[in-house]
Design a protein around this ligand. Structure first.
Ligand code: ATP
Ligand code: MG
Length: 406
């Protein structure tokens, strides 16, 4: 991609009303644009990152045996009335009325999934069913101040599973838990599995995946050894826990700020009974399906990566999700164009800053945009050679062009 053709270019200052680090950097770098509080466009650079995040999540979800679908965003009131959530989740739902009919914009999809599968299940042989999609969620968020960490509209991956027994649900739930840890690791993040209450979703304990970050809205008490973590919101007497020695000898429990990147839920048969989602078991008896649901915040993930991976010059994307592999800069008459052509022919993703501006400005933009590897071609680097610098290191190295291909 030629930077001269990319929409839009970097901007010097973030708009004054942005307070969150992720929003400031992503706006300045040209990854996102704000329509209103909690409502952002993903621009070409941001969309590239989103696509890579989505692909990693897709691969891992498929690995659990789940299949990808796409469910609607506009829902009839009737389906939400079946579980009582039309009223119970009123605070978070966007509702609309048109031609005397009432609708909700999707804030989650448990009811829609159950409505879908009840048309197709007869016997226990039709289960389990595991389906997921990537789609928009609408939530009437009061605290839409954290940039793309908390939108009124955002992308989520949500997976739903239906099982013949609590045991089968539990087994799949554990599999998804492990898979989530793997997903976040592929983004370069270590996440803490944290017990939390289920809010409008369920009365059962749920598991959140929390990334420790100073700017997080959540607070967790956790053992750095990894065997205990609870969200502060549910803890009755937190003062009894903080600083307490971990039973396994890992040291004192710590209270830290964190950002929730994923959340998994076990509903049992609570919703399937209300919606009559049943099957005939191997003894010929009617039984209700056991439901699980599993979310990952896709848009939020872009924001979390920006919060965790940046310095005072700009963003530092992990290689697995970076919008491009190389940020190529040419200085003077140095043949950078040739390097760009060869790299793209070989299938590398290259952002080539071909603008007729000073080198300093190009370097500053490369640091702000945060592509993991910067390549510089100049008369100084010599024929057939390029200067290579990793965004997260200070040292530069002159290597022969061919070395880039290995
Ligand atoms: P939170 O506690 O942060 O409000 P939640 O528990 O309501 O989130 P879930 O319903 O569990 O969220 O949604 C699954 C995932 O979707 C969350 O783990 C988070 O990563 C993401 N998410 C939730 N709300 C938002 C939002 N308003 N903007 C962006 N991402 C969100
Ligand atoms: Mg949650």
């Amino acid at each position: 991609m030629l930077y001269s053709k990319l929409f839009p270019k970097t901007i010097k200052e973030a708009p004054a009303d942005e307070v969150a680090v992720n929003a400031k950097l992503l706006l300045r770098g040209g990854f996102i644009d704000k329509l209103m509080a909690g409502s952002y466009s993903l621009l070409p650079l941001g969309k590239r990152i989103e696509r890579k995040i989505e692909q990693i999540v897709r691969e891992e979800m498929n690995d659990t045996g789940a299949e990808e679908i796409l469910m609607p965003l506009l829902h009839p009131k009737s389906v939400w009335n079946e579980t009582g959530r039309w009223d119970k989740a009123d605070e978070v739902m966007y509702k609309l009325e048109k031609q005397d009919k009432e609708f909700a914009l999707s804030f989650t999809h448990e009811e829609i999934f159950l409505d879908l599968i009840r048309k197709h299940i007869n016997s226990y042989k039709d289960l389990p069913i595991m389906l997921y999609h990537f789609s928009t969620k609408f939530r009437s968020e009061l605290r839409a101040k954290s940039g793309i960490l908390r939108g009124r509209e955002f992308l989520m991956k949500d997976l739903y599973s239906a099982h013949t027994s609590q045991e089968d649900l539990d087994n799949y739930y554990e599999k998804v838990k492990e898979t989530y840890l793997k997903v976040f690791k592929r983004f370069g993040l270590s996440s803490v599995v944290t017990e939390a209450a289920g809010g409008v979703f369920t009365d059962n304990v749920t598991h959140e995946f929390q990334v420790v970050a100073e700017t997080g809205e959540d607070e967790i008490i956790y053992c750095p050894g990894g065997d205990f973590s609870q969200n502060m919101e549910i803890i009755k007497e937190p003062e009894k826990l903080e600083g307490k020695q971990c039973d396994l000898g890992h040291g004192p429990l710590q209270k830290v700020k964190a950002i929730e990147v994923g959340n998994i839920f076990r509903f049992g048969t609570a919703y399937s009974e209300k919606m009559n989602v049943s099957f005939v078991n191997d003894k010929g008896e009617k039984q209700y399906v056991y439901l699980g649901s599993y979310g990952i915040g896709i848009t939020r993930m872009i924001g979390v990566l920006a919060e965790v991976f940046h310095d005072d010059r700009g963003l530092i994307w992990p290689e697995s999700v970076a919008p491009f592999q190389f940020h190529l800069i040419g200085i003077g008459e140095s043949g950078a164009e040739e390097v760009y052509k060869k790299l793209t022919e070989k299938g590398f993703e290259v952002l080539y800053d071909d603008r007729d501006i000073g080198a300093g400005e190009k370097f500053a933009d490369a640091d702000l945009i945060g592509i993991p590897t910067r390549l510089v071609v100049s008369p100084k680097t010599g024929a057939g050679k390029v200067e290579v610098k990793k965004r997260n290191e200070e040292k530069t190295e002159i290597v022969s062009f061919e070395k880039l291909f290995v």
